[in-house]
Design a protein around this ligand. Structure first.
Ligand SMILES: [Zn+2]
Length: 482
């Protein structure tokens, strides 16, 4: 390694030279970053010599650096010949005065109930220079965890595996699980970010001395890194069976400084129901989607000078997701809760669809087409909808009209190829076509013609009392004429 001068520039160069994109050495690099932050705080110039206080700290860390060479990490998460039956991800987060961070582990279980865990990704950051309370930093660390979880979901091929989140902060768990209280902007924004991609049921408590993310918030020397539980994860993960018990309650005290006292009684789920009620007033799916998109856009831009409600394609796609999600939460609440709670299996009525919850929180059909890369996500894993809901009705109506009032087969195909899986679709479509005014008119025309033929037959004195006979006569008359 190059010897760099004992200045701010030299320290930055050394710290930045460690290449660790997955953050596997995060607790170690954090120590270096913390020293750099202290140098910055002192206000020393780029090429000024280091102060006497910081010098020993830096030299100790610098001497530690070559020891990293002795650390080996298996490139494969899985031991040789290990056939996993279940895959889980566990994300831990923590914060201290000097920093905050998170670490994510993969937990594999095989048919013999043997467990294997490995660190797959971690992040450690120094605490901001501005003083921030520990609960706020803990919350920031939790947000970091959800970000890493999203990355892992997208990058790894384990789409149906469960993700769990752990923190030693009961305050944060209270914030995330809270339904009844409103918070100040800082906390509210971060809680919303957490709830956008995770369900409160996924969040669990772990004691501080077991939490491996503690290292990512305080930092470790090279030797301690090897002897700690950093690479293997806490003992808890290595236990057999289900390690998540979700019966603890975490409350936010009304004296919490983050609680907004003015409006304490706003409840999230009623808001959602209220919006769904609004959607149910629409009689056209496209208009309902545009309406929700415009509303969302308005809320987003209401504080800017020129708020506007013209929506883009992306806005409408987002709005469509919101509507589907609301319907699913109303009709499949039990299944969704179960999926979030018990790893990845659903045992309810939807079990045979092998459902899972995607990164946007939509309930989708699982199944065999997982690896078919040529297919669109919506076709491979359509979103599940109930048979009887207003939105389902609107969707069937929309695609029935789009296929120019074709029969059941065409309409069903159009709905499916646009990424919807309606439970009991054929009878739902049939009943819609039966009631469809346009189709009735078309059918009616046929009936009228038959009626006319029937009268003609009577005039000629042919005794026939059924439409079918009348139609037969009608055909025969045509043949005779030609
Ligand atoms: Zn029709």
């Amino acid at each position: 390694m190059k010897d760099t001068p004992l200045t701010r520039r030299g320290i930055l160069s050394t710290v930045a030279s460690i290449f660790d994109p997955l953050g596997l050495l995060a607790p170690f690099t954090l120590k270096g970053k913390q020293i750099l932050q202290e140098v910055c705080k002192e206000g020393t110039d780029w090429d000024e010599k280091l102060s006497e206080e910081l010098r020993p700290k830096w030299e100790k860390w610098r001497l530690d650096l070559p020891k990293l060479a002795t650390i080996t990490i298996n490139r494969c998460f899985k031991p040789k010949d290990f056939q996993q039956r279940k895959v889980e991800f566990h994300h831990f987060s923590d914060a201290s005065n000097s920093g905050y961070g998170q670490c994510s582990y993969i937990r594999l279980e095989n048919d013999f109930s043997e467990i294997h865990c490995a660190l797959i990704m971690a992040k450690a950051r120094v605490a901001p220079k501005k003083v921030v309370s520990i609960p706020r930093l803990e919350l920031q660390a939790a947000v970091l965890s959800t970000k890493v979880s999203t990355i892992l979901y997208q990058e790894l091929e384990y789409k149906n595996s469960a993700h769990y989140f752990w923190t030693d902060s009961k305050v944060v768990l209270g914030y995330v699980r809270n339904e009844a209280r409103r918070f100040h902007v800082y906390v509210a924004n971060r809680v919303q970010r957490i709830r956008d991609t995770t369900n409160p049921e996924q969040w669990n408590y772990i004691s501080t001395n077991e939490n491996p993310a503690d290292h990512a918030s305080r930092g470790l020397g090279a030797k301690d890194l090897q002897t700690s539980n950093w690479f293997q994860g806490p003992k808890l993960l290595w236990k057999c069976g289900n390690i998540v018990e979700n019966n603890q309650k975490f409350d936010v005290s009304s004296n919490d400084p983050e609680v907004n006292q003015a409006s304490v009684l706003a409840i999230n789920s009623t808001e959602e129901n209220c919006l769904l009620n609004r959607v149910e007033r629409f009689s056209d799916y496209k208009r309902a989607v545009t309406g929700v998109a415009a509303l969302k856009k308005f809320i987003k831009t209401r504080k800017t000078k020129n708020h506007y409600t013209i929506t883009s394609v992306e806005d409408r796609i987002e709005a469509e997701k919101t509507i589907i999600k609301m319907v699913q939460h109303k009709f499949f609440k039990k299944d969704i809760d179960q999926l979030y709670k018990q790893s990845s299996k659903c045992t309810g009525n939807l079990a045979k669809l092998d459902p899972y919850i995607d990164v946007d929180g939509l309930l989708r059909v699982g199944g065999r087409l997982k690896r078919a890369t040529s297919l669109d996500m919506g076709v491979k894993h359509p979103a599940i909808l109930p048979k009887r809901s207003h939105v389902t009705h609107l969707i069937i109506k929309h695609y029935h009209e789009k296929t120019a009032h074709q029969g059941r087969g065409f309409t069903t195909n159009a709905v499916r190829s646009n990424g919807f899986w309606i439970v009991g679709i054929s009878s739902a479509v049939s009943s819609h076509i039966y009631k469809c005014v346009q189709c009735r008119k078309l059918r009616g025309r046929g009936k009228k013609r038959i009626k006319k033929v029937w009268i003609v037959i009577h005039m000629y004195g042919i005794k026939s009392h059924s439409y079918r006979d009348a139609r037969r006569h009608d055909n025969r008359r045509l043949y005779q004429r030609s």
